[in-house]
Ligand binder design. Sequence first.
Ligand code: ARG
Length: 469
Amino acid sequence: MSASPDTKAANQMWGGRFAEGPDAIMTAINASIGFDKRLYAQDIAGSRAHAAMLAAQGILSNKDAEAIGEGLLTVLSEIEGGNFPFRVELEDIHMNVEARLKEIIGEPAGRLHTARSRNDQVAVDFRLWVRAQCDAAIDGLTALMAAFVRQAEAGADWVMPGFTHLQTAQPVTWGHHMLAYVEMFARDRSRFEDARRRMNECPLGAAALAGTSFPIDRHATAAALGFDRPTANSLDSVSDRDFALEFLSASSICAMHLSRFAEELVIWSSAQFRFVRLSDRWTTGSSIMPQKKNPDAAELLRAKLGRILGATVALFTIMKGLPLTYSKDMQEDKEQVFDAADSLMLGLAAMTGMVGDMNANRPVLAQAAASGFSTATDLADWLVRELGLPFRDAHHVTGTLVAMAEGKGCDLPDLSLSDMQSVHAGIRADVFDVLGVENSVRSRRSYGGTAPDQVRAQVARWKGLLGLS
Ligand code: ARG
């Protein structure tokens, strides 16, 4: 975008009191058209609703409103066709659209800005854009949850090690692990739904900050743009960016969840773990080491939170301490939100693809589940249940047996009954039943536990909620 010669002239939109045009560097720092052109569809929708309302209220003639409405559609098709002459000296999307409208329809274009300001205009445009991104995030999360539910359904009873501190803790089921992420992404989805509900109020008609003396109908424009109601305070309407902050906050939590599963994929797909095989579609090779299959998509997903949280911190910092109402600082909101939204949508789509393609390595998972004394808690529970030991004593007996097994270089089920009885004389042969991982997971039937029955019940619940067959 090059500055055209009339950069030197006073601005045609607000230049009445200006004798000179802005410095070229002023134009560069002031202009937002380079990025806010992404709001073109919302800007045109807002202007069309505004013009129609002005005519319905008798503020604008029907003839002018029609010319404006039609002209705006021409502008829309020019932008969508890629042949719209964006001009940096016109600062932003709002003035670019209006100036072009004037070239197309002439004088009536100048009447569109009656009872409006760029302050309420940008507030409504940006809200519409962020609202659409909430919808996109909700859809993306729904698809991702479905992919995890499919994995859980296939592997409701596949055993794997469960970890705390990344140390083997207790055997769990693959399905249970997958459903843990369904819970996380369901909370994320509800955060976007909640934010969307709260942001769905229309600031249009707040005008510059104080409202307007024209008899506008804010309920009509709110309804035309799909809002639940108009905002109730004109000062708040033009100075509020909570909707963007809530979107960024929800995006940050969601990206944090994505990064956690991404990290698990990086670990699980390594040669040392081999818990999963990632498909060729989501990995890359190395230009020097022919054996490599790198989990690049997972690594990038792990990193995305850095960007998204960075945008969140940036916007909080931009908004902090701003006096009411609008300040130009707020123009810095858009690039942060655009970048975060792009990263999030790409991340959700990539994760959905990876989860769909992911292959669990069942034999390796089963072997890992049985190692690392993973059923030590089952042994302690058995001592409590069958021999009436206090749990603390059972814990101690079990710890002694683990040390014994470790000394012999074997796992708990490999100890003989007499080994066990040398630590506690009351131990019987049926203890071996609880030392098997299959029995271990099957026994954890408490609500929300890892038992395959519980997992199947949760899979059924989620399939119902997600409308999956
Ligand atoms: N480009 C501006 C923004 O993004 C639009 C609002 C300008 N308002 C003003 N009073 N200068 O914030």
